[in-house]
Design a protein around this ligand. Structure first.
Ligand SMILES: [Zn+2]
Length: 272
């Protein structure tokens, strides 16, 4: 049983918000039960698993009984919900976005304007998919894609309509992806975006009755190195500063202030 399902079983609302595909590891852990995290859509599964009756992760989100289904689900990954015929990746021909929206008091939105137009209290189930795959990096994000803070505040507004309270999981999932790719600047930009979402959430909730937990699911070896002088840009070079530590031993040697540690194994079964 997932945390979100436990909340739903107690009459509370529940939601998941991410910058990755909604079917990716962390958001999926709030609503799906699968033998393999890669089974995001039906085309990602072996025929034997489909024949044995296993449902892909996208289907599990949409087919959950209304009683336990997430009330808010936002992120990327539209391709796992829509059929090949309409540009998606589903092999079974189903359009799960349409199936979701056909439920009572349900809505599906695909861009920032439609998300902003949603009125809390009118819907019990909101699905927002803003890219076919992971959402674009913060640095390349078009205005049609909501920021993590936009999604988070809207999710809180929607979930707060339930008087019994709610559970919400918010993931800044691309901090990890860009660290895996050794892209320090992009990882920092995603971290700032995540911090803005935390700030926006804290401004919305009442900490007397709301527990906010901010954590990482695993870490990366991004380190600040060298003896840079005060005020040196974090993305610039360190070294060679007159009067720096080590008695000037490093003078003339320049190296990046930020450095990634060894990359984690990317073998099968250990994707980002
Ligand atoms: Zn990772």
């Amino acid at each position: 049983v997932t945390l979100a399902e436990m909340a739903r079983a107690r009459g509370k609302a529940a939601g998941a918000v991410t910058t990755t595909r909604l079917t990716h590891a962390t958001p999926a852990a709030t609503y799906a039960h699968a033998a393999l995290r890669e089974w995001e859509g039906d085309a990602d599964m072996p025929a034997a698993a489909r024949a044995a009756g296993c449902a892909d992760i996208a289907r599990q989100l949409v087919e959950a009984p209304a009683r336990t289904r997430l009330n808010v689900a936002m992120g990327g990954g539209r391709s796992r919900f829509t059929p090949v015929a309409s540009g998606g990746k589903r092999a079974d021909g189903r359009d799960l976005t349409r199936e979701w929206a056909q439920g009572p008091r349900a809505a599906y939105v695909a861009d920032a304007a439609a998300l902003a137009a949603l009125r809390p209290g009118r819907m019990d189930h909101v699905l927002g998919l803003f890219d076919a795959e992971h959402l674009p990096d913060v640095e390349d994000r078009p205005s049609t894609v909501p920021s993590l803070a936009d999604m988070t505040t809207k999710a809180i507004d929607l979930l707060s309509a339930d008087r019994d309270g709610y559970f919400l999981m918010v993931e800044g999932g691309k901090i990890d992806h860009l660290n895996h790719a050794n892209q320090a600047r992009g990882a920092l930009a995603e971290t700032v975006d995540f911090a803005e979402a935390v700030k926006a959430a804290l401004a919305k909730v009442d900490l007397r009755d709301t527990l906010v937990i901010v954590t990482a699911d695993h870490s990366h070896g991004l380190t600040i190195s060298g003896y840079a002088a005060r005020g040196t840009p974090i993305l610039g070079l360190a070294g060679g500063e007159a009067g720096a530590g080590q008695g000037g031993r490093w003078q003339g040697l320049h190296h990046a202030r930020l450095r990634h540690g060894p990359r984690r194994s990317q073998g099968r079964g250990a994707p980002p």
